[in-house]
Ligand binder design. Structure first.
Ligand SMILES: [Fe+2]
Length: 280
């Protein structure tokens, strides 16, 4: 069966139909799904429960998988995967873990080389709630008023894990705490599509290079307000057997953290580096 990519409407998000993700994809199909990611920013593959190695094989279709910096969450047997759950060590639903990932951000934007993409596979999900929302940051730049765009054109912003939050380092290993800030352009060019998108986000961005903090926060607040508009957004309602991958270079994402029935939620997650495979 040939792979079909079905746009799910709205500003982004498409479903990939007909890909057997239980086996490594062919070279042709790898190219098709990677192009689909570039075209739609977020892809969903449905109805296939995957084992850790199958998740890594699918992730590899998009680029080299790299471990996340939060060592504590690594899968014990597959350190390139992290386990995301709303439960604490005792198997109780944890308010702290439930709040994880809530708030607009991109993954690994605080690294020298921010992540290309993040892939999440469902292991266990609540019957209700727990949606993930996405916002198209190409559109945020394309439709930005000229006056605002002129203000941010050419500027660089600083990033660190957790941004300005005082407990930002609580999930990091000791040696990763208080690393120097990373900086990236506020409007950043995408390595593969060549398009520009809005790269700052309210969770991990700290300030603007060379700017007084008050001025920087005022401008960043204006930029976030612009980026946070419903017309740029798409919502994914999870079903068991879903695998979702998003392009961190051109979209924000946020967990909604809703779990009205207080049920367990568990995902495996892979992070894909923004560089070609070595053999490519
Ligand atoms: Fe995230």
């Amino acid at each position: 069966m040939a792979i079909e990519v079905r746009k799910l409407g709205g500003p982004m998000l498409a479903e990939v139909v007909g890909a057997n993700t239980t086996r490594p994809l062919s070279k042709e199909n790898r190219a098709i799904v990677n192009q689909a990611l570039l075209d739609h920013c977020v892809l969903v593959f449905r109805n296939q429960m995957l084992e850790p190695q199958q998740i890594l094989d699918l992730s590899d279709a998009f680029g080299p998988v790299e471990p996340h910096i939060t060592v504590k969450y690594r899968h014990p047997d597959y350190p390139d995967l992290i386990v995301m759950t709303n439960m604490d060590e005792n198997g109780e639903i944890s308010a702290h873990e439930t709040a994880r990932g809530v708030g607009w951000h991109t993954d690994m934007c605080y690294m020298p080389l921010p992540a290309k993409a993040t892939l999440l596979h469902t292991i266990e999900i609540p019957e209700k709630g727990g949606d993930t929302i996405f916002a198209n940051m190409y559109m945020a730049v394309d439709e930005m008023p000229a006056a605002l765009r002129e203000k941010i054109e050419g500027l660089r912003a600083t990033f660190r894990y957790g941004g300005r939050a005082t407990d930002r380092n609580m999930r990091l290993e000791k040696e990763d705490e208080d690393k120097p800030l990373q900086d990236h352009p506020i409007i950043k060019r995408h390595r593969e599509s060549g398009r520009v998108s809005l790269f700052v986000n309210p969770t991990h961005t700290v300030g603007i290079v060379g700017w007084e903090d008050d001025m920087a926060q005022e401008l960043l607040t204006e930029v976030y307000r612009w980026g946070d508009q419903e017309r740029f957004q798409a919502r994914h309602e999870w079903r068991l057997g879903d695998t979702v991958i998003w392009d961190n270079r051109c979209c924000w994402h946020s967990a909604t953290g809703e779990n009205p029935l207080r049920q367990p939620r568990r995902f495996y997650r892979a992070t894909i580096a923004d560089r070609p495979h070595k053999s490519a």
